[in-house]
Every structure is written in structure tokens, then in C-alpha cells.
Write a protein that binds this ligand. Structure first.
Ligand code: PMV
Length: 315
């Protein structure tokens, strides 16, 4: 059996985070500059069913049995083996690596799960379809997120921009004219489950206010989709600013995010907002392509721990 490898990109949410958990549309895009990768190498001297895992990015090094059954890696492997109908595959070593920042709203958990499922199912001779990979990843995401919307597993599995509505099939979504985004990392890790839990509590305390906020986020995502499909990409900037105001009202922004957003705007970004769960993690700014390096530099000078420039709709 040959070695098998699989990779998957990171992602950012352009519009509609949090509201998407409550059934409103959101838009997410892959970020190919960062990747998760899994390599499965057969171990000809091991007994069948023996699986050795090395995943330094998430501090895992040892046999599958040594992980708790609800560990995301263990869960991903068990779900995959069940799906392909093989309980004791030939022994193998699994190496997982990732350049996607962890707990920063860039889909690192989903991407690691996707590559694991793809590599292990292919090694078993039964590669799973994108639809099934995304479904199984969603199951594993519940460990990280509690009540995930499903947007992360979808965008990372398909590796294409998605207009996502919870529980609905993935919508084909054309990017008429590519546009540039600068991603700035606050360097502050922010577990998604905590932010999602806080928003839920606030929604329960003030349902009317939060329903109005979520609805407005959904309308912004709908408008953004039309602008992207018709190539009116500079008009996305003001929509990002509006979405950020709503995210601030939800209580998921932070002083560090707001500093990066303000600096990006001062440096000439067309619009900017936090991306993902908030509290820390990343912000994104819409920029003219020729301004991207300069704006990324401005973010780094005020403390962004990392910046990434990506083009949405790049073929
Ligand atoms: O993984 P993150 O940090 O990008 O957050 C996901 C986006 C949320 O809307 C906050 C949660 C979800 O499941 O959609």
C-alpha cells in the first residue's frame, strides 16, 4: 500500500458569523495560504488495527488507543473507519501538520479533521465523497464548538467560496471579479465554543434585540452575495463596516480587534471587520490589491501577530 496524503485550506468568514448559528445566511471563503496536511504511511511490521499518530500542532504523539474516545482526532478516525466499514485496517502511521493558526477563527479544527478523514478513508481503499467528508467533519466539530452551524466544515471540505445557510445544501456561488483581503491576527486565542455560548446567553436574555441583529447580519450576507456575483466588489467595504457594528452590538468584538480594524481603515482599507467567533482571533480588511502589502505592514506595526494576504475568487 502506498503512502497517502491529503490537504485542506484554512478559511475566513466574510459575512454573517454568529447569525449563521440561528439560521441566517453567511459567506465564507477558503484561505489557501495556510493548509492542514495528513500523511498515512503503512507500517508493515505493525499488527492490524495499530494506528500511531504524530500531530505536533495539537500535541498528539502516540497510539490511537491512548487518546480519549471523544478526542477530535480519535473521533475522526473512528467515524471514518465505521463509515468505510473496516474496523481493523492494516497498521499505519499518521502524521498531521498544519500552518493554520489554532483557535483564531480560521477553521484549523475543521481542516485537520477533513484531511484525517480523507487520508484514512483513501488508505482503506474507500475514499469518501466531499459530502460525506463534510458530514463527518460536522460531527467532530461539535466537540470544538458545541452547536456549530456547519459553515467551517463546508468551506474547508469544498475549498470554494460558499453562501451557507444552516441545514441547507451548499449553494454554488460565483465570484465574478476577484478581490483582495488582508487578514490580521490579534494573536489572542479565542475558543469558538465560549464565544458562541456567550452569544446564546445574551440572545436568551434579550431575544428581540438579538433577533434584530441576526436578521440584519443575514440581510448583509444576502446583499454581499449579489455584489460578489455581479463583480461590484468595492461595495463590499461598507457592508463589512456595517457587519462589524452588529458584531460589536453582539459583544463579540475586542479592543485588540478594534485597533486592527481602525488601523486598516486609516491605512486605506475599503472596509474591515472581525472574522469568526471574535473575542480574539482574526480581523479581515477589504483592500485594493496594490495596497495589500502596505496595509498588512501597518497592521503588523500595531501588533498583529501575523498577516495573510489572500485573493478571493483566484482561479
Ligand atoms: O470557527 P470560527 O471562529 O470561525 O467561528 C465559526 C463561526 C460562528 O458563526 C461563530 C460559529 C458557527 O458555528 O458558525
Amino acid at each position: 500500500m502506498p503512502a497517502i496524503s491529503a490537504s485542506a485550506p484554512g478559511k475566513v468568514i466574510l459575512f454573517g458569523e454568529h447569525a449563521v448559528v440561528y439560521g441566517f445566511p453567511a459567506i465564507a471563503v477558503p484561505v489557501t495560504q495556510v493548509q492542514a496536511k495528513a500523511v498515512v504511511v503503512p507500517n508493515p511490521v505493525g499488527a492490524s488495527g495499530e494506528i500511531n499518530i504524530t500531530a505536533p500542532a495539537i500535541n498528539v504523539n502516540g497510539m490511537l488507543e491512548s487518546l480519549p474516545v471523544d478526542h477530535p482526532i480519535a473521533k475522526a478516525i473512528h467515524l471514518t473507519l465505521k463509515k468505510v466499514g473496516i474496523s481493523r485496517p492494516p497498521a499505519f502511521n499518521l502524521k498531521v501538520s498544519s500552518t493554520i493558526p489554532i483557535a483564531a477563527g480560521m477553521g484549523s479544527g475543521a481542516a485537520i479533521t477533513v484531511v484525517l478523514i480523507r487520508a484514512v478513508s483513501a488508505f482503506c481503499g474507500r475514499p469518501l465523497s466531499d459530502e460525506v467528508v463534510s458530514e463527518l467533519t460536522f460531527e467532530v466539530e461539535k466537540i470544538y464548538h458545541g452547536t456549530p452551524s456547519g459553515i467551517d466544515n463546508t468551506v474547508v471540505t469544498y475549498g470554494t467560496p460558499v453562501y451557507f445557510v444552516k441545514g441547507k445544501p451548499i449553494k454554488a456561488f460565483a465570484v465574478k471579479k476577484p478581490f483582495s483581503i488582508v487578514i490580521g491576527d490579534t494573536g489572542i486565542s479565542s475558543p469558538t465554543a465560549v464565544a458562541v455560548g456567550n452569544v446564546r446567553k445574551a440572545w436568551e436574555a434579550q431575544p428581540e434585540t438579538f433577533n434584530r441583529i441576526f436578521k440584519s447580519c443575514g440581510e448583509i450576507a444576502m446583499q454581499a452575495r449579489r455584489l460578489i456575483e455581479t463583480g461590484k466588489v468595492t461595495e463590499l467595504g461598507p457592508l463589512m463596516d456595517e457587519n462589524q457594528v452588529l458584531l460589536m452590538e453582539m459583544g463579540v468584538s475586542s479592543p485588540e480587534l478594534e485597533t486592527l480594524i481602525a488601523v486598516a481603515k486609516d491605512a486605506g482599507a475599503l472596509g474591515a471587520k472581525l472574522s469568526g467567533a471574535g473575542g480574539g482571533g482574526n480581523m479581515i480588511a477589504l483592500v485594493a490589491p496594490e495596497e495589500a502589502d502596505r496595509i498588512a505592514g501597518a497592521l503588523e506595526r500595531v501588533g498583529a501577530s501575523r498577516t495573510i494576504i489572500t485573493q478571493v475568487g483566484e482561479s
